[in-house]
Design a binder for this molecule. Sequence first.
Ligand code: ADP
Ligand code: MG
Length: 426
Amino acid sequence: MRGEVVNSQDLPAGYRVLDETTLAQALTGLAPVRERLGGGAQAWRVREVSDGNMNTVFMVDGPEGAIVAKQALPYIRVIGESWPFPLNRIVYEHAALVEEGRLCPERVPEVYAFEPEQALLVMEALRPHIILRKGFVAGTRYPKLAEHIGTFLAETLFWTSDLALTTPAKKALMARFAGNAELCATTEDVIFAGPYWQAPLNRWTRPHLDALAAEMRADTELKLAATEMKLVFRTATEALLHGDLHTGSIMATETDTRVIDPEWTFHGPMGFDVGAVLGNLLLAYCSQPGHAGGGDGRSAYAAWILDTFCEVWERFASDFLALWRAQGEEILPATLFARPEDADRLRARRLETIFEDSLGFAGCKMIRRILGISHVEDLEAIQDPALRARCEAHALRLARELLVNRRRYRTAHDAAAAARDTAIAA
Ligand code: ADP
Ligand code: MG
């Protein structure tokens, strides 16, 4: 219930679920917020803008400026109190946003204040940015997107990894985020297991996808591949991840791109963040025939999405390699490798592994958005169920191919070709 303490988690003594009427009062104690907004609480206009699954988000306008305030709830917002969820996830979200802001300040909202008692994070209001996924449904092109996101991935993943940090520094950073474990366990359930059995909250487009969903639940090769990815997710501690870098966690204009919502952050495999971006681009690609209308069939736009898919990987790989060559003495000291081309052989092999992981994770993330508990607007916005199911079947076949056969793909262009080929077959 709003305004009440709701479950038995160890909540801070003063914690209350805030709403449009009580938020302003909670903000008045935060000097940086008062300064940004100007005036007093009575002059602030508060509007709830939550559209994610998890938390409550408010946009606040004052006489001098605007802020966004995000409050964690001790449960999952769209499900309710029947699914309790750790309130302190916002402590990790705050820490990750600060870390990302240090490494790649242009690509995240600035943090203005954090109030742990109310699990309340206050940050820059992004305007006129919209959620990228909505832009993809609308058919908007983002010419800077691949460059911005490729660089964000390279900077955040490189600088929080063993390639850049000393062993004690890396382990200390890992320790700061290790407590976000319950969210990792939830990811393992809903992404790597849930879609492959009849988990209670699963849904899919019925009856059109009944047969394909059953086929995938019975597909041992597929389940083994998804479980291999779960093992990588669980055991690799390569870099501090965003942890949920889908296109609903990116806000964009045609010239600017920002990454929000890193509450699932932890030290994990680099391919999990890269694959989240790539997999969601492929979901957007597969959904385009469902948004066609008006003649051109969106085929030129779909081709632009696939180009962006390739460019995100290529930008990531080239920025990452450049950082590693310039700053990566930690793992490849010149005392051992006098000839740069020798060190480059190891770098190239690492990038191959990251690419392979990225395709595997991309496949898992695509499947779970069609057969699992949480779906995406790219596909949900397609009204005609038969048309939606055709787009979804394409995405499922593509995802299976990339996941099971991920080691066969050497370049993003190979994977993009598979996306085109499966479209013809679907
Ligand atoms: P959740 O954790 O529930 O997924 P998000 O952090 O994704 O919450 O935020 C939910 C929504 O709030 C976003 O989809 C976006 O519309 C809006 N939002 C979040 N942060 C900002 C921001 N800094 N500026 C503008 N809008 C934001
Ligand atoms: Mg979100």
